[in-house]
Design a protein around this ligand. Sequence first.
Ligand code: FAD
Length: 315
Amino acid sequence: MSEVLVLVDHVDGAVRKPTYELLAIAKRLGTPSAVFIGGAAQAAGAAEAVAKFGAEKVYVVDDTEIKGYLVAPKAEVLQQIAAAASPAAILITSSAEGKEIAGRLAVKLESGLITDAVDVQAGPVTTQSVFAGNFTVQAKVTQGTPIITVKPNAAAPEETAGAGAVENFAATISDAAKKAQIVASQPRESSGRPELTEAAIVVSGGRGTGGNFDPIDNLADSLGAAVGASRAAVDSGWKPHTFQIGQTGKTVSPQLYIAAGISGAIQHRAGMQTSKTIVAINKDEEAPIFELVDFGVVGDLHSVLPAATEQITAR
Ligand code: FAD
């Protein structure tokens, strides 16, 4: 079976969950191989981590010459590994950086590119949710090596031991790829909650909160979830724009999405309707959100959410 390359998404060697999801998808398409671009001291730990999630091979690329630059060198690395390995597909996380790497790589390999897949099956045939979630599209690449960016939570990580055979890969980075340099970088202040687009559970609040997000925050913390918000809540200044879910905000696809005091406008749905299980709490039984829920509670969120939090915390 051909190799399927997965670009490892990591922070200082700590592999992020979407990489494990990509490895699960890679297994459906061929033999999963991870590509780790990072520090030499971090490589062994990262290789061990991805091997636990099925990576048969781990290409390790020392980033000494790369880390001061933006994405262009990473695209060159993948291009060179692809030339050596002739993979069946290349999978990259649908982050801003991931999509830029994928775009540059597609040009270099003269390959077709599919972004923001919410599912990938053998073929590879991808599923995308488009036009504000009004259509679901199945697509496949018809030229070159399929390059696919996949949204976080598109698949469940599978703990399955792979050989994790490390191959140190000496990539050559051209001067052309070193034209955009990083001058400073600061880690974002951590809220202690998972990243919204990667969280397995998201609890979101809307105008129905009346500006009191305590019930949302408390439920989220009891579940280890991320917090989201509708545009009405963001426009009211109750949460920053980074919390907004929807057409003009973030797209999430968690295992569980809980919408409280959110009516379910089409623009909000666009950002959450691919969630695996949707629960809504709304005091209006006619609210459109109830059309897409798996489980709905007609009630006041200010009493329903604290009661749920109490039950969960008691367990
Ligand atoms: P509302 O529609 O006002 O709904 C509030 C809900 O709370 C109601 O259903 C009400 O019954 C319920 N409620 C009230 N009190 C309680 C209570 N105590 N307990 C339980 N339920 C209660 N919206 C987004 O969310 N994301 C986007 O990215 C986005 N992009 C947009 C882009 C464009 C171009 C446009 C035109 C609009 C966009 N919108 C977006 C706005 C969208 O159309 C809606 O206006 C918005 O989603 C409404 O937010 P809401 O559901 O919180 O508020």
